[in-house]
Design a protein around this ligand. Structure first.
Ligand code: 2HA
Ligand code: ZN
Length: 276
């Protein structure tokens, strides 16, 4: 058990190590908060791992036949992002979904007897929806980004209003997430229900806000997914800074300006948010 040098030579494990470290340093992942799952091509996994050596097989409470045979690096349940770089093979695992989608094999990691994140349902169901939209989709990332959480206490939780405010807080936002953000009602985390609700939103956008909890992001690369969440969190931070200002907001980016911006960058804002 513990770290060996081998893990440091597995590029996709390294990517998760770097992401968890960066996310913890951003203050988004206190204690065991947050989780990442990363879909890796079988050929890539086989370059580094003997996938015939199954360590354990665990059942899934929700069927994911669409993901049959696919390999994922997944952060461990109860594990601290702070500690991933110290012992990747304890805090992370690599799993392969069974042919019937009803169980998964652990082929690497979770060395202390651990298992994947408690939010595996939300991850797997979101992967299924994002892969339908984009075959290049690879990453689902969840964290407790501070200002996004704060904003869910003081802002209208309708998706259109939430999206528009975020777009107005920094000029780059509309360009980075023209599909806007989905917003769920409050749910008990770690359940199949929140998983299904998150995946339903992922049909239309790559960002889903969990009020008073955090955010889910989806992307084709670790950088892209991290960048999406980073951009929303920055906008939420600006909102929290300006909305508490004594004199209130004096000006913002207008609907016309957001429309001009979308045109200039060749993105299509999700319908129903802008009134022009
Ligand atoms: O992994 O973030 O939502 C702990 C969580 C649950
Ligand atoms: Zn969480």
């Amino acid at each position: 058990m513990g770290t060996t040098n081998i893990e440091y030579n597995i590029p996709f494990v390294q990517e998760v190590m770097e992401a968890t470290r960066n996310m913890w340093e951003m203050g988004w992942d206190e204690r065991n908060g947050g989780n990442i799952s990363y879909l890796v091509d079988e050929a890539e996994v086989k370059k580094y791992i003997d996938v015939t050596k199954v360590k354990r097989t665990l059942p899934l409470e929700f069927p994911v036949k669409e993901l049959a045979g696919k390999y994922f690096v997944v952060t461990g349940t109860g594990k601290y992002f702070k500690n991933v770089t110290l012992a990747p093979d304890v805090n992370l695992g690599i799993i392969r979904v069974a042919a019937d989608g009803m169980s998964f094999d652990i082929v690497w990691g979770y060395a202390d007897g651990g298992r994947p994140t408690s939010e595996l349902a939300a991850h797997f169901m979101s992967h299924i929806e994002r892969l339908k939209k984009d075959p290049q989709h690879r990453i689902i990332m969840h964290c407790h980004s501070t200002n996004v959480i704060a904003m869910t206490f003081v802002h209208d939780l309708s998706e259109k209003a939430f999206t528009k405010t975020l777009w107005q807080m920094c000029t780059e936002c509309l360009v980075v997430f023209p599909d806007g953000v989905g917003v769920l009602p409050w749910f008990v985390p770690g359940t199949n229900e929140i998983g299904r609700a998150t995946a339903e939103k992922m049909k239309d956008c790559r960002l889903v806000v969990w009020p008073q909890h955090g955010i889910f992001g989806a992307g084709t690369t670790m950088d892209e997914t991290f960048g999406l969440i980073e951009t929303v969190e920055k906008a939420a931070e600006v909102y929290m800074l300006v909305s508490s200002h004594r004199e209130g907001i004096k000006q913002t980016i207008t609907d016309q300006e957001l429309t001009d911006l979308a045109k200039a960058f060749g993105v299509t804002p999700v319908a129903g948010v802008l009134k022009v």
